[in-house]
Write a protein that binds this ligand. Structure first.
Ligand code: GMT
Length: 376
């Protein structure tokens, strides 16, 4: 198939899923056209059958807000026509879904261009529910030719919040199990933990919903019983506050802020435990990537996280903000090698059995076929 993919190309789970999906589809023989305002962060443009089309947003003194959605719609229509796209697949409803609808209508006299919208999380739970975006988000979901969500939780939320009636197919997030592998020797960990400390890791875009500061507080608690070092990977608005807190708690030497990382698959296997203290996650992709690498997630019991992490079997789920409980779980994993070994093994096993690319990508392919072949 010829597939057009649009996503936010910067940091954020939806862009990562879209990019990994595009690369997997190209690996399976599809022609994949990314239509975005910048090269998606994990995209390797050198991969055969991957094409990248940049959306240029012209500015003019009249525009206080340059109309990105319109520039995107024009580019989508243009690429769809030039490369004979079979469908568009947009990730994150706002504004991508509306741009796709416009592109579809622009081409309607000559050809059919169906589009699939994948809901990822904050497009429903935060931004889309805001009064200013609610009607247009609902409209865009209703007018999509296909809608998928990354968890059953998010599907339920969408139906409940928006009252939409069209089918929403749950296609969970996935991980490339060949790329994301455990490293039992933890090769390279000494660079961060020269005295053999155990490594905790947090990986996010440091938005308020991620509660990055909780990781610092958890480290402080853990270090009361186990020597540990924390890696903070990623960047975003709350990074400064987390750095400040580490300084206040005299933990500077025990935390490394790594900034944005391109090869998470090389970094994750160094750690023993992933800290994911989010206020909300519709899925929790970082937890899945960690499990594939034999890193045990200590996460919060929110949203769709329990669909990926089985509490007590391959990770631990605690209440949001309960630092004591989260730290106790992390410390128990660092102090007890048998417990860690058992849970890390279960995590790898569950990730491989349920969420590897080779299990999930065919679900998207099948869905594309259904949408393309459906009567208009
Ligand atoms: O919070 C983020 O990382 C951004 C956000 C997005 O929509 O880009 O992530 C959401 O999508 C990810 C991929 O499907 C999910 O794994 C995250 O759980 C979800 N984030 C939230 O729901 C807060």
């Amino acid at each position: 198939m010829n597939v057009g993919i649009t996503c936010y190309p910067t940091y954020g789970g939806s862009g990562i899923v879209a990019t990994e999906l595009g690369m997997e589809l190209a690996g399976r023989g599809h022609e994949v056209h990314f239509i975005t305002y910048a090269n998606p962060i994990r995209l390797d443009p050198g991969i055969p059958r991957i094409h990248y089309h940049e959306v240029e947003v012209a500015t003019y003194p009249l525009f206080q807000y340059p109309p990105y959605s319109l520039a995107l719609a024009s580019r989508m229509a243009d690429v769809a026509e030039s490369y004979q796209l079979d469908l568009l697949h947009v990730h994150y409803a706002i504004p991508h879904s509306i741009s796709a609808l416009l592109a579809q209508q622009m081409l309607a006299p000559q050809r059919r261009l169906p589009f699939v919208t994948t809901l990822h999380g904050t497009d429903i739970t935060l931004v889309g529910s805001d009064a200013s975006y609610f009607p247009i988000t609902k409209f865009s979901i209703e007018r999509s030719d296909g809608v998928t969500s990354v968890s059953e939780y998010l599907r339920r939320q969408t139906v409940e919040v928006f009252g939409v009636r069209n089918e929403i197919r749950v296609i969970p997030n996935f991980v490339n199990c060949d790329l994301y592998q455990p490293d039992n020797a933890k090769t390279g960990a000494a660079a961060y933990a020269p005295a053999g400390e155990k490594l905790l890791i947090h990986l996010s875009n440091f938005r308020p919903v991620k509660r990055a500061a909780d990781c610092i507080r958890t480290l402080a608690e853990v270090r009361k019983s186990v020597p540990a070092h924390l890696l903070m990977a990623g960047d975003g608005p709350d990074r400064g506050a987390a750095e400040h807190l580490a300084h206040q708690l005299k933990l500077d030497r025990h935390v490394t802020f790594l900034g944005k990382q391109n090869h998470i698959e090389r970094l994750l296997p160094l750690a023993h435990v992933l800290l994911l203290p989010s206020a909300l996650e519709s899925f929790g992709l970082a937890a899945l990537e960690a499990m594939a690498c034999g890193v045990v997630p200590v996460a919060t019991r929110v949203g769709g996280v329990a669909e990926a992490v089985t509490d007590g079997e391959d990770g631990f789920l605690e209440a949001v903000g309960d630092i004591e409980a989260q730290a106790a779980r992390a410390a128990s994993l660092l102090a007890d090698e048998n417990l860690h070994y058992r849970m890390a093994k279960a995590g790898r096993w569950n990730a491989a059995a349920r969420f590897c690319s080779d299990k999930i990508i065919p679900l998207y392919e099948k869905y594309y076929e259904d949408v393309v072949n459906a009567a208009p």
